[in-house]
Design a protein around this ligand. Structure first.
Ligand code: NAD
Length: 291
């Protein structure tokens, strides 16, 4: 089937990146959020990121203007009903996502494909809350979306082949590369990445190293481009904690126990870059370690 209109639910850091790459690839994008501020700042973030691509000569002025003209916003979830493809990229909480799917289902066109950008939550369980589990998939973009090449594709138990093939084609049109993962907690990337980040937080919690020494050790000692604590701030500590909880609950293994220090940061509202404070304080330049 032909996909042209794409609806995005949630205009946070992932929603705005997803809107950016779809609009640049020629899709018409309609984005919604419960917060008007989130929609406004998503639009200005997309413009800044497209401007940066123009200044680096990755795209032309014309490409930028055409992409911006293809993105519309609405505060009304049901406006997304007629879209060919819906990508849910709201907060990583199952109750939030389930409510979104339940609210949108009565407004959907029969052909609409529903997807979630969830980092960890069961696709089969989310799909079961809809009227179309066969047209439901995990569509997991990486952060920052305009830069990262990978998209993880996750089929639920009921997902049909036509839906999978349609998304494979979309990934190709975006100029990205897909990897297929089975529907088990946190799929591939986060099943491996999050325990490493959680272990870095335990290393800090137990006093094995400071924020600075842990990040330097992992950057210089394993050739990672970012240290694990810097990366956790970039992802969002609330999202990291939510993923660890899904691993812990879903696999019932104590090795996935979220570090109490990670919980404490989230309880303090120190969520990383998006709240200007996490393992680093971004109100200072350069950002200062908070421990
Ligand atoms: P974020 O906190 O930046 O944005 C979430 C947005 O969802 C906010 O703007 C919020 O207002 C909105 N929202 C909350 N409830 C809503 C509702 N009922 N309807 C519409 N909008 C609603 O979070 P994010 O980092 O963009 O993550 C979004 C999703 O993407 C999560 O499922 C997360 O696991 C996944 N993800 C995140 C990353 C990452 O590195 N941050 C990477 C891949 C996937």
């Amino acid at each position: 089937m032909e996909i042209q209109n794409v609806g995005i639910v949630g205009a946070g850091q992932m929603g705005n990146g997803i809107a950016h790459v779809f609009a640049l690839a020629g899709y018409d994008v309609l984005m919604t959020d419960v917060s008007r501020d989130a929609l406004d700042s998503a639009l200005s973030q997309i413009k800044d990121n497209l401007d940066r691509q123009v200044s680096r000569e990755k795209i032309s002025d014309k490409d930028r203007d055409a992409a911006l003209a293809r993105i519309k916003t609405t505060m009304t979830l049901s406006d997304l009903g007629p879209c060919d493809l819906i990508i849910e990229a709201a907060t990583e909480r199952e109750t939030v996502k389930a409510a979104i799917f339940e609210d949108i289902v009565p407004h959907l066109a029969p052909h609409t494909i529903l997807t979630s950008n969830t980092s960890s939550i069961s696709i089969t369980r989310l799909a079961s809350r809809t009227d179309r589990p066969e047209k439901f998939m995990g569509f997991h973009f990486m952060n920052p979306v305009p830069i990262m090449q990978l998209v993880e594709l996750i089929r639920g138990i009921a997902t049909d082949d036509a839906t999978y093939q349609a998304l494979l084609k979309v990934v190709e049109n975006l100029g990205k590369t897909s990897a297929s993962a089975e529907d088990f907690p946190a799929f591939i990337v986060n099943r491996i990445l999050m325990p490493m980040i959680n272990e870095a937080v335990y290393t800090l919690y137990e006093g094995v190293g400071s924020v600075k020494s842990i990040d330097s050790a992992m950057k210089l000692g394993t050739n990672h481009p970012m240290g694990p604590l810097e990366l956790a701030d970039f992802i969002g500590l609330d999202t990291c904690l939510a993923i660890m909880n899904v691993l812990h609950d879903g696999l019932a293994d104590t090795k996935y126990r979220p570090c109490p220090l990670l919980t404490k940061y989230v309880e303090a509202g120190w969520l990383g870059r998006k709240s200007e404070r996490g393992f680093y304080d971004y109100r200072q330049d350069p950002p200062a370690p908070t421990r």
